[in-house]
Ligand binder design. Structure first.
Ligand code: GUN
Length: 284
């Protein structure tokens, strides 16, 4: 029998706790504020940022959206970031990915003040995560670790297999799992005999963005299966990377899509905004 990991419920609880923390900041006259930059008109990004603004509203975090058209130059984008870096009323800055071709997202992430980098994508925070220093941890990996911990799923000494090596999920997640003393393997598009590797996973996480990427023959009995995928199935419905109906029969724990990792990502963004606000105001 598998147990469903309810990311939606968990995220709701986290947001409630964060609201209490934020209310305390407000009593001190501190108003946490997040700025979100969207360049171009990627339709998925629009949905994501709408959910982020809703979450801010829930937690009582102020929210400012900066919408730039797809012809924006790199200089203009860097200037927008620079202005936000300088503003005392802005505690967190998020540049929604992807941005239009021709713009260098890495350069833009580098420009975001690492103290306001609530996504954890600035190389300073990437480095801090790698060497185990306190910094901002990318929201999706952070949310996944929180999920595992909340369900008392042991990580230490376990074989964790991550499918996908993106800078946003796969790589930082591998670092997070390593920090929790898992034995971590990363699989990607050039990996040979992927099934042999995934079969050894106590914790299997897919962050590819491909429908039915993970089939039941790839999963060990009793594995914990975490699905980061956000795809549309043949009926136009939201679905993950995992063939849920078949894989669930083998899993001990499994996340649904929607209602799994997605809400946790946003909850951890709220967590990072509160953390940034506290740091910038000298509160521990
Ligand atoms: N695009 C998809 N996921 C994310 C995320 O977590 N942060 C940002 N900035 N862009 C994304």
């Amino acid at each position: 029998m598998y147990q469903l990991i309810d990311g939606k419920e968990l995220a709701k609880n986290i947001r409630q706790e964060l609201k209490k923390e934020n209310d305390k900041l407000k009593e001190k006259g501190i108003n946490a504020k997040l700025a979100v930059i969207l360049v171009g008109d990627d339709s998925a990004s629009k949905v994501y940022i709408k959910n982020k603004s809703k979450a801010c509203n829930d937690v009582g975090i102020e929210y400012e959206e900066i919408l730039l058209d797809s012809n924006t130059t790199m200089e203009e984008l860097l200037q927008v970031i620079e202005n936000l870096n300088k503003r005392d009323d802005i505690n967190g800055i998020l540049l929604q990915s992807p941005i239009p071709n021709g713009l260098d997202i890495q350069k833009a992430f580098e420009k975001i003040d690492y103290r306001k980098d609530v996504d954890g994508f600035n190389p300073v925070n990437v480095g801090k995560l790698t060497i185990g220093q306190d910094g901002f941890i990318p929201c999706t990996p952070y949310g996944i670790i929180k999920m595992l911990e909340s369900y008392n799923i042991p990580i230490e000494g376990k074989n964790a297999v991550v499918i996908g090596r993106s800078n946003i999920v796969g790589k930082p997640l591998s670092q997070c799992l390593l920090r929790k003393h898992a034995t971590v393997t990363i699989c990607h598009s050039r990996t040979k005999n992927i099934k042999d590797i995934t079969k050894s996973a106590d914790i299997l996480i897919s962050a590819v963005g491909k429908l039915n990427m993970v089939t039941s023959d790839m999963v060990k009995d009793g594995a914990v299966v975490i699905d980061v995928g956000m795809n549309r199935n043949e009926n136009g419905k939201l679905a993950g990377d995992v063939d849920f109906e078949n894989v669930k029969e083998k899993a001990s724990y499994i996340t649904p899509v929607p209602g799994g990792v997605g809400p946790m990502t946003i909850a951890m963004l709220m967590n990072n905004v509160i953390k940034a606000t506290k740091l910038q105001n000298g509160i521990n």
